[in-house]
Design a binder for this molecule. Structure first.
Ligand SMILES: *[C@@H]1O[C@H](CO)[C@@H](O)[C@H](O)[C@H]1NC(C)=O
Ligand SMILES: *[C@@H]1O[C@H](CO)[C@@H](O)[C@H](O)[C@H]1NC(C)=O
Length: 190
């Protein structure tokens, strides 16, 4: 820093632009300008790959995959409880309710795979708060899989969950130790 006080002109090349600080500036001003520029450069450096800037990390990016390894019996309008977790950063998915609550606003991707029992109907929707989005209807012989795949813009506090179609009692979502039912979601971009 003190070396610069003795230079008549300070040139800094920053993002292709040349900043010239006149030697007429008082050395106090030069010092404070220089501190500002150093600060800016450190911030720029930090924002790059492998830097130590305030980039998003796993800890502050909501992402979850929940699953079931057993059958759940569903009455009309019941929420499917994917009650086991592989991933749940920020604890935004609640295994006790089956509801994901957005901890941050942004664009999110959600997907799910559900399996019906042999010969039984399974009729579900993915809900955004009180609005129905994608549906899955599986029916007939054999164990069948239904899928969900949506990208949604959420506000903080918005809820996402998978729920049984109204008027369809005694449905079963099938799973066992091979984990046939999964529900995933993550923040794409804030
Ligand atoms: C850095 O990121 C954290 C977590 O998202 C946030 O709470 C904090 O305000 C950020 N700090 C700055 C200086 O942007
Ligand atoms: C969704 O519901 C939550 C409360 O459960 C509320 O805070 C939020 O504003 C609602 N979002 C929309 C888009 O209505």
């Amino acid at each position: 820093m003190f070396i610069l006080q003795h230079l008549p002109i300070v040139c800094l090349v920053l993002s292709g632009q040349i900043c010239v600080v006149s030697s007429l500036c008082s050395s106090k001003l030069e010092n404070s300008l220089f501190d500002d520029l150093i600060g800016m450069m450190l911030k720029l450096k930090g924002s790059g790959h492998g830097g130590q800037g305030n980039t998003s990390t796993q800890k502050d990016t909501p992402a979850f995959t929940a699953y079931r390894n057993s059958i759940q019996s569903l009455s009309s309008n019941a929420v499917v409880k994917f009650d086991k977790l592989w991933t749940n950063t920020m604890n935004a998915y609640d295994v006790s309710t089956g509801v994901f609550t957005a901890p941050l606003p942004g664009l999110y991707h959600f997907s799910a795979v559900v399996m019906s029992e042999d010969g039984k109907t399974l009729f579900l929707h993915l809900w955004h708060n009180d609005t129905k989005t994608a549906g899955s209807y599986t029916q007939g012989d054999g164990y069948k899989t239904g899928t969900f795949d949506v990208v949604l813009t959420l506000k903080k506090g918005d809820r996402i969950y998978i729920r049984c179609k109204g008027g369809h009692d005694s449905q079963n979502i099938f799973s066992n130790g091979d984990n046939y039912g999964t529900f995933s979601g993550y923040l794409l971009v804030k």
